[in-house]
Unconditional design. Sequence first.
Length: 248
Amino acid sequence: MERRTRPAYQAVFQRLKLLSPFFDPESVMSDYELALMGALRIEFPNADSDGCLFHFVVSSVKHAKYELGLVIMIRENPVVRRIVQLCCGIPLAPPQMMRDALRAIAAEARLTLFYDDLIPYFDYLWYTWLSGPRYESLSVCGSVHRTNNACESFNHVLGSELGEHHVNVYRFLECLSNIEDTAQTDILTLYEGRNPGRPRKTSSLANDARIQLWTRNLLDGYITIREFIHCVSPTLHGLFEEQVRAGP
């Protein structure tokens, strides 16, 4: 979409409901874009709204590096690096405990020599993510899907099929038809009891199991929110390190 305004998104969803009158999703996932989130709330008021952990990590690390000027400290200072990675795990906490998670991390940072450098980052997390409209969708605790990578993957496939921007409508429909043929093949493969895609990595499955275990332990009172954040943040290590190395 060239216009990413709430009315533009609403027009798309209204057209979708017109084409499919019984379309009534139980949950929706977005990347925290405020215009999109607002349109989803209006057009699908009964749907639970979930955010995307991937986009939170990308946005928060990028903001810390380039908007707050912490890029050198995050890359070269292991203490600052660890604190920022701990913050990336906040959405894995239950929604009612996310603010306590940030408070626990800030209290830990206060014992270091770099607390003053990190105050703007803590303020950013509090006022951008833990207050206002994004807060309602931030937690991915208990979600079957913690990211919208499936949608991003489809966008990549569509972009690769199109090959260029602003193609004419005939080329666009041709590409959609090709993708539909591939999807039909995948469905037939599923009916045969086979996996049409790549199986999930063992490490991803292990991370899921760990997060579920630590979440149960937190909710049952066996561990504190501080201990929970220290347990879950390493599951984001690969993504976090990728964003630390990424350029502007």
